[in-house]
Design a protein around this ligand. Structure first.
Ligand code: FMN
Length: 369
């Protein structure tokens, strides 16, 4: 397989969504052939220094995860693990298959290393995704697998709980953690589920359902995470933090893409409707993490995501209070060697505070802020 610096110019000549489909198709082919996964593992994963952290009571080889939306239908995660991610989140999956919004719906802002997308939960649906998950279920995973779930766009919010519960029950056996996506800007009305009464009702129902499922699945307690928007007001973040503490939510994922356009950017695509991700989101996402960390008093792990494209960005999110990190957009612009680059840079920074234990190093660095 040629290096990303050779592939990138070809991919960037294509429509962004088509380029992504081609990439996923290649990664799917690799995923279906264990010797190819082994070769990718040799080339990428095995070259990444170990930087262990604990997430959901499990040990990860490094804190960098792949964010949701890259492998929406869980067709390519074995190859994605081979690229070196400590954890991979597939989805968003919706109960029924749905096409999403009309095309064209993904736009690259090359100079800004940012993307605007309004895909709108294009998903092959639960049945297809379950088929893919079960086909790969005998494979040993070198990291943990999250499954991100959402509601269909024609399901009104009053019935959204049914969609989340259906997804939760179906994916339970395959996931290492599940994510309730309440923050896609492209699914009309979805983000209302982050408001106090809607959020409370949904989390209550999900936690109750999980208690039932634990018994059915030989005591497996699936961690529940909630993914939130970067466009929430501080008070709304506080409400989510408090309710998440009350309901013992296992993690908060901050953040999804933004509908805000605060920067001065002259790119012709900057005014496209949709969620903005990548470098233009970095600081906004970090602020949300800081606020969450202070309101939750560090009692809920935060997975920090939004515009991480360097070790410096990753380090800043850890200092702001994140336990683990995810990225998507920077992978498009920089390719898979980015994971090694970030992990190596984090390890160097951490060493200044504690030679041996990464988690202690972060704590020390936070104390010195
Ligand atoms: C093309 C595209 C599709 C996405 N699809 C999803 C999705 O299905 N579910 C979700 O929770 N987040 C989705 N996201 C958001 C990412 O998971 C992530 O939260 C966001 O892009 C910020 O991270 P980044 O700046 O590293 O990309 C998508 C992002 C992009 C660019």
């Amino acid at each position: 397989m040629p290096g990303y610096n050779l592939i990138r110019p070809l991919l960037f000549r294509l429509d962004p969504e088509y380029a992504h489909q081609q990439t996923i198709a290649l990664l799917q082919i690799a995923s279906n052939r264990p010797p190819r996964v082994a070769r990718l593992t040799e080339r990428y994963r095995n070259k990444i220094p170990k930087l262990p952290i604990e997430l959901f009571g499990k040990n990860l080889s490094n804190p960098i995860g792949l964010a949701a939306g890259f492998d929406k239908n869980a067709v390519a995660f074995p190859a994605l693990f081979a690229l070196g991610f400590g954890f991979v989140e597939v989805g968003t999956v919706t109960p029924k298959a749905q096409p999403g919004n009309p095309k064209v719906r993904v736009f690259r802002l090359d100079q800004e290393e940012s993307i605007i997308n309004r895909l709108g939960f294009n998903s092959k649906g639960l049945d297809a995704v379950l088929g893919n998950l079960s086909a790969y279920s005998s494979r040993i995973r070198p990291g943990i697998l999250g499954i991100n779930i959402g509601r269909n766009s024609d399901t009104p919010n009053e019935r959204a709980i049914e969609d989340y519960l259906a997804c939760l029950g179906a994916i339970y056996e395959y996931a290492d953690y599940v994510v309730l996506n309440l923050s896609s800007p492209n699914s009309p009305g979805l983000r209302v589920l982050q408001q106090k009464s809607e959020f409370n009702e949904l989390i209550h129902a999900v936690m109750e359902k999980r208690d039932e499922l634990v018994d059915k699945h030989s005591d497996k307690l699936l961690p529940i995470a909630v993914k939130i928007s970067p466009d929430l007001e501080s008070e709304q973040i506080d409400v989510i933090a408090e309710l998440s503490l009350n309901h013992r939510v296992d993690a908060l994922i901050a953040t999804n893409s933004t509908i805000a356009r605060t920067a001065q950017v002259s790119h012709k695509h900057f005014t496209q409707t949709g969620g903005l991700s990548g470098k233009l989101l970095t600081d906004q996402a970090t602020s949300v993490i800081s606020r969450l960390a202070s309101t939750t008093r560090g009692q809920i792990p935060i997975i920090g995501v939004g515009g991480i494209s360097s070790a410096e960005d990753a380090w800043n999110k850890l200092l702001a209070g994140a336990t683990a990190l995810q990225l998507y957009t920077a992978l498009v612009f920089q390719g898979p060697s980015l994971v090694r680059q970030i992990v190596t840079g984090l390890a160097e920074r951490a060493k200044r505070y504690d030679e041996r234990n990464f988690t202690t190093a972060i704590e020390q660095a936070r104390n010195q802020l």
